[in-house]
Design a protein around this ligand. Structure first.
Ligand SMILES: [Zn+2]
Length: 284
């Protein structure tokens, strides 16, 4: 099934791996849903994912539901899950520069591992070759080869009043200069165009910092006059009390919500409704 395409990709990857000793090791393990998936009209992105689980459990799910085009295990072995020209569902609710539903215009690569851990050398090598081959086929520029977390977004919920970036941290580490270098990629995007344009708010300052560098470049809401940096950021299991201790409800303590609202400690009514991603500034 799809042998011509696959053969071409494998050959291409092989040619372009001339500088490395090992050719890309790739085989087919197509999802039962593969043949029912439509072809993409175009391909503008390559999205990088971390499975956030073990090889076995992740592969079962990705295969069963057709949630990626390629699956790269710890040893750098690549499995084809969905034919690369068809639609795979890996990005979920997603947006980049105003364009939504990126599954319809993106190739997805699932890499066994976790967003806060490094990949194996074998994975770097394999993913690098895979990206290079796909970029040749689809003409995707380096700054459109990006982590899932960069394009995922959430709709308003009890924690965030607005549509927000920060729904996922998937693949976060692939934004670093080091990782991109190892993947043969030039710099990624310097900022989040959807946050900049006000289509989304930044709900996860730590993620934004990982993806785009210093928070000051990213989220004007986070900078507080006269205070250098937040004492902490509220998250599941990290309360205002845990960060500010006895200062938590004082006027000198400033809470900057993910949507940019600023509220003093003495003005907050419902401490149980503090959204994750709120930066806490404590006066010294
Ligand atoms: Zn993902």
């Amino acid at each position: 099934m799809g042998r011509g395409i696959i053969g071409r990709l494998a050959a291409l990857a092989f040619c372009m791996s001339a500088g490395t000793a090992v050719a890309l090791e790739m085989s087919s393990y197509y999802s039962p849903l593969n043949s029912s998936r439509p072809k993409r009209a175009r391909t503008s992105f390559i999205l990088l994912h971390t499975t956030e689980g073990s090889r076995k459990a992740s592969l079962n799910e990705v295969h069963r539901y057709g949630e990626a085009h390629f699956f790269v295990d710890e040893r750098g072995k690549v499995l084809r899950i969905i034919e690369r020209d068809r639609v795979a569902y890996h990005a979920g609710r997603s947006m980049w520069n105003g364009e939504t539903s990126l599954d319809l215009v993106a190739v997805g690569i699932e890499i066994v591992g976790y967003h806060d851990r490094d990949m194996t050398q074998a994975q770097y090598r394999a993913v690098r070759e895979l990206i290079e081959a796909l970029q040749k086929v689809y003409n995707v520029p380096d700054d459109r080869v990006i982590p899932h977390s960069m394009v995922a977004y959430g709709v308003p919920n009890r924690w965030h009043r607005k549509a927000h970036r920060g729904r996922k941290r998937c693949g976060m580490q692939f934004a670093s200069a080091r990782a991109r270098g190892l993947l043969g990629l030039g710099p990624g995007p310097a900022f989040d165009p959807d946050v900049k344009a006000g289509r989304l708010v930044n709900a996860d300052p730590e993620l934004a910092q990982n993806l785009f560098g210093p928070a000051t470049r990213m989220a004007p809401a986070v900078a507080a006059p006269g205070v250098r940096s937040p004492a902490g950021v509220i998250a599941p299991g990290v309360s205002a009390w845990a960060i500010a201790r006895s200062e938590y409800n004082r006027p000198g303590t400033l809470y900057v919500f993910p949507d940019g609202r600023r509220v003093r400690g003495n003005e907050i009514r419902d401490w149980n409704a503090m959204p994750s991603g709120t930066a806490v500034y404590v006066a010294n």
